[in-house]
Ligand binder design. Structure first.
Ligand SMILES: [Zn+2]
Length: 136
């Protein structure tokens, strides 16, 4: 498959999985939407870096999501990144899972209400910013 076909296939697969979750399960709708947005951004070419701090490379104290630098930031580096959004450990793990998980297991986790709120904010701003920059 060409890259374009493969991306179309991945997008279609994501849509179908998401529709299934909305219509056939009682999973939190805001969590479904957040996962969908983050995964879509990734398929469209904006995969955030979730292995370590995008700025200094540390894996310790990952506390923020940087919109402008596309990924996780540690406590120190986020001090100078005014647009970075605070996230708790649960949100951090959820975003990491969303990026790394195989398509069929994408929706196979749950997080607390507080984490869902953080994830909702991050996924919304991230996808909006990336789409605005690239497709306007
Ligand atoms: Zn750092």
């Amino acid at each position: 498959m060409s890259t374009e076909n493969e991306n179309n296939y991945r997008t279609l697969q994501l849509l179908l999985n998401t529709l299934y979750m909305i219509s056939e399960t009682d999973m939190n709708r805001e969590l479904i939407t957040s996962i969908f947005k983050m995964r879509l951004a990734s398929i469209l070419g904006f995969t955030p870096k979730v292995e370590k701090c995008v700025q200094c490379g540390t894996t310790e104290n990952i506390t923020h999501f940087s919109i402008k630098d596309n990924g996780f930031k540690c406590k120190n580096c986020s001090k100078t990144d005014t647009g970075a959004i605070t996230m708790s450990d649960g949100t951090r793990d959820a975003i990491k899972y969303t990026i790394m998980a195989p398509a069929k297991k994408l929706y196979g986790f749950n997080i607390t209400e507080d984490c869902i709120k953080e994830y909702k904010l991050i996924s919304k701003i991230y996808l909006n910013e990336k789409l605005e920059k690239e497709y306007k």
